[in-house]
Design a protein around this ligand. Structure first.
Ligand code: NAD
Length: 252
């Protein structure tokens, strides 16, 4: 079940957190993993860990918001069976304290970054006869998060993008789905706490954990397991869907 043998999987932002957990799991399931990362040290570290597992992986240093870098990298990879649009950045602020520069950067990475990867990967997937795309949204895409104006907007766009791609490329056997996590314990969350609550890290970590209905944050491996199912051939009947993985956040 859930074998990814002989599949080439591109994972953006695969050097940290959720993307790294997906990279390690997909490699264990037989995929050749290609990590596209801004942070080349972290990407190389992830590749080293994958090789220590006895699996195959490659690191590429690129900024997903730059179309020339993404096109060159994905064309170099050449074969794309799975694309995980995972790289993303956060921004704290409501409308009034989101500057045009902040807004542009969040959109450039979270939205245009995903588009750039689709633009490069879809022609390759079509030529190969199909593929699986998974886009990392957020619960912010459906309920909005207070003080995360640009971030919530960007994740809403990912949600719509994912469904639009699913419709357009159904006939090409390309499936497109998204995952919407609530808080998952990654460097993304640790960085947010350290920056905004210096000296109160443990207290805030506890508070954020308890604020989720299930009483804890998610783990990157839990998101990776869902990603594996959605990108496997066993999920061949699933496209155009969004899957919350949220400890009850949306429904309870
Ligand atoms: P993370 O910060 O641990 O990892 C993100 C990775 O993306 C980093 O390695 C970073 O270097 C890379 N990256 C950032 N900008 C990039 C760019 N321009 N080009 C290439 N790589 C870039 O974050 P995470 O928590 O693992 O989050 C991964 C995804 O999941 C993000 O899209 C995030 O919005 C989403 N998400 C996270 C949570 C959470 O609570 N952690 C919740 C919902 C959604």
């Amino acid at each position: 079940m859930f074998s990814l043998k002989e599949k080439n999987a591109i994972i953006t932002g695969g050097g940290s957190g959720i993307g790294k957990a997906i990279a390690l799991l997909f490699a264990r399931q037989g995929a050749v993993v290609h990590i596209i990362e801004l942070n080349s040290d972290n990407a190389q570290q992830a590749v080293d860990e994958i090789k220590q597992q006895g699996n195959e992986a490659f690191a590429y240093s690129a900024d997903v918001s730059k179309q020339d870098q993404v096109l060159a990298t994905i064309q170099q990879i050449g074969k794309v069976d799975i694309l995980i649009n995972n790289a993303g950045i956060a921004h704290v602020g409501n409308v009034e304290n989101t500057s045009p520069a902040d807004f542009d950067r969040v959109y450039d990475v979270n939205v245009k970054g995903a588009y750039n990867c689709l633009y490069a990967a879809i022609p390759l997937m079509k030529a190969q006869g199909g593929g699986a795309i998974l886009n990392m949204a957020s619960i912010a895409s459906s309920v909005g998060i207070a003080d995360r104006f640009a971030y919530s907007m960007s994740k809403g766009a990912i949600h719509a993008m994912s469904m639009s791609v699913a419709r357009d490329y159904l006939k090409d056997k390309i499936r497109s789905n998204s995952i919407s996590p609530a808080r998952v314990h990654t460097p993304f969350v640790d960085g947010f706490i350290a920056k905004n609550y210096p000296g109160k890290e443990e207290e805030i970590f506890e508070k954020l954990s308890k604020s989720q209905p299930i009483g804890r944050m998610g783990q990157p491996d839990e998101v990776a397991a869902l990603a594996l199912y959605l990108c496997s051939d066993e999920a061949g009947f699933i496209t155009g869907c969004d899957y919350p993985i949220d400890g009850g956040f949306i429904k309870l």
